[in-house]
Design a binder for this molecule. Structure first.
Ligand code: TXA
Ligand code: MG
Length: 353
């Protein structure tokens, strides 16, 4: 057990001393979790192999899964990559700081432990004020995967991080809820046509405003078939799993609801405690089960923000299984369904007859 120091930040302008203390832990080779606009990250000095190894240990993360390096100033980018392609400049201009990670050819400064031996490195400049301040004060590039135990839903609140990592890391900066709620879009720009390796808050449509062509990695959700391997090593792992089994019921909303009601009755007869992960629009249709809404279908960003928190809420309720309503794959709905399908271990039932 490590003694984990918790830094409560209510108002950043009066908390510079706490941020300095957290940054000092990073400078000394420690691990510190902090909020970003996507999810909380578990940071360490990206140039210090021993420090980075502590991240893998605390999370129980497989060593073949590379980390994202976080920067707060554009100058830091040039140290980390071989060169900055013109396309990167356009993307950076439009989307940084923000929820998109760019894969570029790495420079020799980046240790192998970060990239899992790949010749590319993932880089992101977060927009969250606390994340920016910590990286600024540490004056270091900071490696930071999501601050959850490997396999668990990514943390969008400090309480999630404390549950997973208290006693395993040197510091946790508590700074409210992550606004986006899903991890960054990962875009590989080393390819002829840029490819989305992980869908996120910045959507394909957003990218098409800047890029002529964008592809989506066909391997992202193809893990069940052997012939397509995702290009981002992390995408091959089952993820985001609460204790209970998750089963997605997909289709049209007016067919999903009766299907879930029917399945719930069936499982309850078998003596199972059933959770239902629904939406604001459907919530009052369920009379049985432990019912939580993920947010509004009309305002799909609200579902992105609350998805992981809702998954974790079911752990508190000790349910045996969770039926989750499928979401339309429009805009950020694509990223939401990507995470839900992984949480469900590819267990999807179609509601249509
Ligand atoms: O929003 C985010 O990106 C959060 C916050 C903390 O910034 N971080 C995050 O990191 O989600 P992590 O480690 O949970 O996910 C990183 C993803 C993994 O799927 C990993 O395989 C992929 O990025 N990745 C990292 N470096 C890569 C590379 N060189 N090539 C391909 N994929 C890479
Ligand atoms: Mg993660």
């Amino acid at each position: 057990m490590i003694k984990t120091k918790i830094f409560e930040i209510d108002d950043l302008s009066t908390s510079k001393d706490k941020i300095k203390e957290a940054a000092d832990l990073l400078i000394k080779g420690g691990t510190v979790a902090f909020p970003t606009e996507t999810v909380y990250g578990l940071g360490a000095n990206a140039l210090d192999e021993e420090a980075v190894a502590k991240i893998f240990k605390a999370k129980g993360r497989p060593s073949d899964n590379p980390l994202i390096v976080h920067i707060s100033k554009i100058e830091q980018l040039y140290e980390l990559v071989e060169s900055v392609p013109p396309i990167a400049e356009k993307l950076i201009e439009r989307f940084w700081p923000g929820p998109i990670t760019l894969i570029m050819k790495k420079s020799n400064n980046v240790p192998d432990i970060i990239t899992a031996g790949l010749d590319t490195v993932a880089i992101r400049m977060p927009s969250h004020a606390i994340a920016k301040e910590i990286i600024d004060m540490a004056k270091l590039p900071i490696a930071a995967p999501s601050a959850n135990l490997s396999g668990k839903p990514s943390p969008t609140k400090a309480s999630h991080v404390i549950k997973d990592l208290n006693g395993k890391v040197d510091g946790i900066v508590s700074g409210g809820s992550s606004q986006v709620g899903l991890e960054s879009t990962v875009l590989d720009i080393t390819l002829e046509i840029p490819m989305i390796l992980r869908p996120g808050g910045i959507t394909k449509e957003d990218l098409e405003q800047v890029l002529e062509r964008v592809e989506i990695d066909p391997g992202i959700e193809g893990v069940t078939s052997d012939d397509v391997t995702p290009r981002a090593p992390g995408m091959k792992y089952t993820h985001y799993s609460p204790q209970a089994d998750v089963i997605i019921v997909s289709g049209k909303v007016d067919e999903i609801v009766p299907k879930i009601i029917e399945l719930t009755k069936q499982k309850q007869k078998e003596g199972k405690k059933v959770g239902i992960m629904c939406t604001d629009e459907t919530k009052n249709k369920y009379m049985n089960g432990i019912v939580y809404s993920m947010g509004s279908r009309e305002k799909i960003e609200t579902i992105a923000t609350k998805l992981f928190d809702t998954l974790r809420q079911f752990d508190e309720e000790d349910v045996d299984l969770i039926f989750a309503e499928g979401i339309d794959r429009k805009s950020v709905g694509h990223a939401i369904m990507n995470r839900m399908i992984k949480a469900a271990g590819y267990n999807v039932i179609k509601s249509g007859r």
